[in-house]
Write a protein that binds this ligand. Structure first.
Ligand code: ZN
Length: 447
């Protein structure tokens, strides 16, 4: 069922001011005249290009509890972003734009209590772009001479993803990027995918923002998670020093139709926003998980939750603490995971077993989806093994307390007594009616 709305299509009526316009549309001519010839995402080509546009509902005052369920399943737009994203992604797969076929990679759930997920991906690290910057600094200036997304060809872009002024989301199959307005934000394929539908969200691509969280960009990522409206679609972020490999602001996202172990971990409330108990943001810490981390939930309005997470990330950045983010449950639960792997690496303190695996513990790995590069590691992967690998990146309890203090101040929270732990609800239960399965048959081996 195609649910994508095609209610508006931008039509341009060109004014003929030159004979050259006779031989083609004004856009074609402009592209030829001003583009670099590669049809790229840079200043040369993007402002004169037509791309599909998904304009999402942008209601600043939308309440968090309205994110799903408000239309009782009758709303035809609920899955329109999923349809668009997956349709376009498969189109790029059929066109051979990926470096390997991720759907043929073996994946299994490691037997045990936590359900760590292991994927064997032998091709990924061989073809990866090298990291081109220091790993000991979370904030580094953008360098246009290094690889960045303005150099990407437009065939890798699935659509622009930008706010709509009104209270509805729209899809425009072809829309001219207006150079008068904000720089376009785009969703593009990750040519080295680690799962089905693996994409990049690149906010305001022409503004050449470095890999650094700011409030508006994080809100854009929240909206992507919310519009997808699928509990198995997660958005992740890696800071520099926490396995971001490109210093150009981007988020990643993909579908994985099983719960991540981190989503199932019990938590314990540790901070909450000052003011009303019912409407505030609540921050919990992970219990019984190999990596120490915080979970942000609640908030009366979408931007309350986003502001709390953004302020926390900005404080970590300013204090040079690398971190990973996982935006889960349609933008309603956010995991903030400070890590110290780069520092340990620099001091020669990383366990040799982890070094040998060549696993990069970024947002996905820390959340429990381990991308393994060697057949032996995959075949022998046990729960204890996964736990040991992840525990290497965790901050010590003492340093985690320092991070909590920073977050508490930055997000204007107050500490709570940590007493009873909370087991997460069965929100990722596969029998839930909201769940849609995107994995191809045979891709996931369940034990
Ligand atoms: Zn160009």
């Amino acid at each position: 069922m195609v649910c994508i709305e095609r209610m508006l299509t931008i039509k341009r009526v060109p004014t003929v001011v030159s004979n050259y316009q006779e031989s083609g549309s004004s856009e074609d001519l402009k592209s030829r005249a001003e583009g670099c010839g590669r049809n790229c995402l840079g200043d040369c080509c993007l402002p004169v290009s037509k791309l599909p546009l998904y304009a999402f509902k942008n209601d600043e005052h939308e309440r968090v509890e309205d994110i799903h369920g408000s239309c009782n399943g009758r709303c035809p737009q609920r899955s329109s972003l999923n349809n668009l994203l997956l349709g376009q992604w498969e189109n790029r797969m059929n066109r051979g734009l990926f470096r390997y076929d991720v759907t043929s990679c073996e994946t299994k759930v490691i037997p045990g209590k936590y359900g760590f997920i292991a994927q064997l991906n032998e091709g990924r690290h061989l073809k990866k772009r090298p990291t081109e910057f220091r790993i000991d600094k979370v904030l580094q200036p953008f360098d246009e001479n290094k690889f960045n997304f303005t150099k990407v060809g437009q065939e890798e872009v699935l659509f622009r993803f930008e706010p709509n002024k009104g209270k509805t989301s729209f899809y425009f199959p072809s829309s001219l990027a207006d150079s008068e307005k904000d720089s376009p934000s785009v969703v593009a394929i990750n040519v080295s995918p680690i799962e089905y539908g693996h994409v990049l969200l690149i906010p305001r691509v022409l503004d050449q923002l470095p890999q650094r969280i700011d409030r508006d960009s994080l809100l854009l990522a929240f909206h992507l998670a919310k519009e997808a409206s699928d509990p198995f679609f997660r958005v992740g972020y890696n800071s520099l020093g926490a396995f971001a490999t490109i210093n150009h602001l981007h988020f990643q996202a993909y579908y994985l139709s099983v719960p991540f172990p981190i989503e199932k971990a019990p938590t314990c409330r540790t901070m909450s926003s000052k003011g009303s108990y019912e409407t505030g943001v609540v921050v919990s810490k992970l219990l019984d998980y190999p990596v120490r981390g915080l979970v942000f939930e609640g908030g009366c309005q979408l931007h309350d939750l986003c502001d709390a997470v953004a302020s926390s990330c900005i404080s970590l950045q300013n204090n040079n603490i690398p971190f990973n983010l996982l935006i889960s449950d349609r933008g309603k639960r956010i995991f903030l995971l400070p890590q110290c792997y780069a520092e340990k690496l620099a001091c020669g303190e990383v366990n040799q077993e982890l070094l040998d695996t060549q696993v990069n513990p970024a947002a996905w790995e820390i959340s429990g989806h381990m991308v393994l590069k060697h057949r032996k590691d995959y075949d022998e992967a046990s729960e204890q093994y996964a736990w040991r690998l992840l525990a290497e990146v965790s901050l010590s309890e003492e340093r985690f307390q320092d991070v909590k203090q920073l977050v508490c101040e930055a997000a204007n929270l107050q500490p709570e007594d940590e007493y009873n732990s909370i087991q997460p609800e069965a929100r990722y239960d596969s029998t839930s009616p909201q769940v849609t399965t995107h994995l191809r048959q045979g891709c996931l081996v369940l034990h």
